[in-house]
Write a protein that binds this ligand. Structure first.
Ligand SMILES: CC(=O)SCCNC(=O)CCNC(=O)[C@H](O)C(C)(C)COP(=O)(O)OP(=O)(O)OC[C@H]1O[C@@H](n2cnc3c(N)ncnc32)[C@H](O)[C@@H]1OP(=O)(O)O
Ligand SMILES: O=CC(=O)O
Ligand SMILES: [Mg+2]
Length: 563
């Protein structure tokens, strides 16, 4: 039932919705019952989330004082013990190609029709978390699960709707634990963002999903940016609480955790253990992982990164991470999913397009040979090539390699392997590229677009973070970069000049009118402040979040407090 009173959302006790009123949101998503469910999750788990965020800060203080992350002696028995996660549900035994993308209407339809086995609808790296994007995303997913989603593109006179068969199975990625939702207040504080994403989606879709997609299981989730198994335990308890609420069997909800922070690589067994009844594996979130390496070691000038383009999966620390992840997952009977190659189709240059495709194929070949059970695709046009590589190289023609690639050789991967600094050149070109990309990404994010094509690569929040923290690191330690054969120290002055020149370059490239209408100057100010801050900010998107918060009524406070 539509739940509005004179253009206001009908909210339960203690809940205040400060986002724009929209009759569709009120009718389809922000019902009093759904908001009550979200508020109950928030109330039950806020203390533990706050504690977990505090423990993150404590750990970072230890790293800042010279410590390095490592395996926890207290949980040795979990790592060494023989146990397995619950069996993989049949509906997702085959996850060889998973397409990802923001929960935007046309993209949701295209992704579900894409031929991929799974579609991960993203409220995280690929989505700018504005009120409109989040709520429209929820409406889109509800229509997708209900099978009614369609979209009419006027400019093309084209109607988008779901295929009759072979749709991808839906996973949803809520935001990380650190982000608040400033448009929904519970008991006077902003709601925990990921519990809003999870709670609204679960409330409206669990029954339909299990009936039409999950073959009795589900809904399915991807869980981002965790740093410790205590955070996985919170998710596990959120799932159990939700299953009880819905009256469905324990273990119905399933989730794949992204291992995309450096501390988490030492917690993979522990994370799977906490989620053992709800787990369907781990994923190599390589871009946030690189970002996290810099952030974790922000006080360690002996661990500086080379140019972003050189920090690939062939670096020793990245290969070790992927190998250990595969071994850990297969030992616990779940999928080890690969990551995202950054290359996307090049539209107007056949040769460049072929080389991009070739780089994607090489990346996927490395993954399937290493033992990954599936991988990510950023764009539908990449799916046939990726699927072909996996089909040709999966061991024994099975839908996964859980039992055929044990990777016991990776049991020797050590702390030293996982932490070994990457090598490669640092160049002025790298500083320029970081700056150009970081500003353009942030400008897009501020106007509501969370994933963009830039210089023929996919850029999202995770890749933009690398640009930001790498610049910060180089400025902070005044590193020498190669400028056409001459060593030049990166100073604030050099960065200021680079920024000015890159802004001029962006203006030339996008045109004066677009530059004026876009939020490039604001993006440059935020990016510059972050790159030159005395202390490295935790997240670019947390700092910039207040700038996309639009409250109704306007009298409400515009500032989201930190969790
Ligand atoms: C680090 C990480 O977290 S990775 C995971 C998060 N990142 C992502 O999910 C990125 C997903 N990919 C994308 O957003 C886009 O592909 C981009 C931004 C990289 C490229 O976008 P564009 O250059 O605009 O794509 P392009 O114009 O080639 O799109 C062509 C068609 O493919 C569709 N398409 C492109 N990417 C996707 C996708 N990921 N899912 C569904 N459809 C897609 C477009 O909707 C478009 O459809 P149309 O022809 O019906 O209009
Ligand atoms: O979320 C994925 C990543 O690479 O980051
Ligand atoms: Mg990520």
């Amino acid at each position: 039932m539509a739940t509005s009173i004179n253009g206001y959302y009908d909210v339960p006790e203690g809940v205040d919705v400060r986002g724009r009123y929209d009759a569709d949101f009120a009718a389809a998503i922000l019902t009093a019952e759904a908001l009550r469910f979200v508020a109950e999750l928030h109330r039950e788990f806020r203390g533990r989330v706050r504690h977990a965020m505090g423990r993150r800060r404590e750990a970072q203080r230890r790293y800042d004082a010279g410590a390095v992350p490592g395996f926890d002696p207290a949980t040795r028995l979990v790592r060494e013990g023989e146990w397995a996660c619950a069996p993989v549900p049949p509906a997702i035994a085959d996850r060889t190609v998973e397409i990802t993308g923001p929960a935007e209407r046309k993209m949701v339809i295209n992704a579900l029709n894409s031929g991929a086995k799974v579609f991960m609808a993203d409220f995280e790296d690929a989505l700018s978390p504005s009120w409109e994007n989040l709520m429209r995303g929820q409406v889109n997913l509800r229509d997708a699960v209900g099978g009614t989603i369609s979209f009419y593109d006027e400019s093309r006179n084209k109607l988008y709707k779901l295929n009759d068969d072979k749709l991808a199975t839906l996973f949803v990625r809520p935001r990380g634990w650190h982000l608040p939702e400033a448009h929904i207040f519970v008991d006077g504080e902003p709601a925990i963002g990921c519990l809003v994403d999870f709670g609204l989606y679960f409330f409206h879709n669990h029954a339909a999903f299990r009936a039409t997609q999950g073959e009795g299981f589900g809904p399915f989730f991807y869980l981002p940016k965790m740093e410790h198994s205590r955070e996985a335990k919170i998710w596990n308890d959120v799932f159990e609480r939700s299953e009880k609420f819905a009256g469905i069997e324990m273990g119905s909800i399933r989730a794949t955790v992204l291992i995309e922070t450096l501390p988490a690589v030492f917690q993979m067994d522990e994370i799977l253990y906490e989620l053992r009844d709800h787990s369907v594996g781990l994923n190599c979130g390589r871009w946030d992982y690189i970002f996290s390496y810099v952030k974790t070691f922000r006080a360690h000038p002996d661990r500086l990164l080379p140019d972003r383009v050189h920090v690939g999966m062939a670096q020793h620390f990245m290969r070790s991470y992927s190998d250990l992840l595969i071994r850990t997952c297969h030992r616990r009977s779940v999928h080890a999913i690969g990551g995202m190659a950054a290359q996307i189709p090049v539209k107007d240059d056949a040769a460049a397009n072929e080389s991009a495709l070739d780089l994607v194929r090489q990346d996927k070949l490395r993954e399937v040979r290493a033992g990954h059970d599936g991988t990510w695709a950023a764009h539908p046009a990449l799916i046939p090539a990726i699927a072909a590589v996996f089909a040709a190289h999966m061991r024994d023609g099975a839908p996964h390699q859980i039992r055929t690639a044990d990777r016991d050789d990776a049991s020797t991967v050590s702390e030293h392997d996982l932490l070994r600094p990457p090598h490669g050149p640092r160049t002025l070109g790298g500083l320029r590229l970081n700056t150009r990309v970081g500003i353009q990404y942030l400008a897009a994010w501020l106007v509501g677009t969370g994933s963009v094509p830039l210089y023929n690569l996919m850029e999202d929040a995770a890749t933009a973070e690398i640009s930001r923290v790498q610049n910060w690191q180089w400025i902070r330690y005044g590193v020498d970069v190669d400028a056409d054969g001459v060593a030049v120290a990166v100073t604030r002055e050099l960065f200021a000049r680079v920024l000015e020149e890159e802004m001029a370059g962006i203006e030339r490239a996008v045109g004066t009118e677009m530059f004026r209408r876009g939020r490039y100057r604001e993006a440059a100010r935020i990016f510059a402040r972050q790159c030159t801050a005395a202390e490295l900010d935790d997240f670019l998107t947390l700092d910039a979040y207040d700038r996309i918060v639009v409250l109704h009524p306007a009298s409400a406070s515009a500032s989201a407090s930190r969790l």
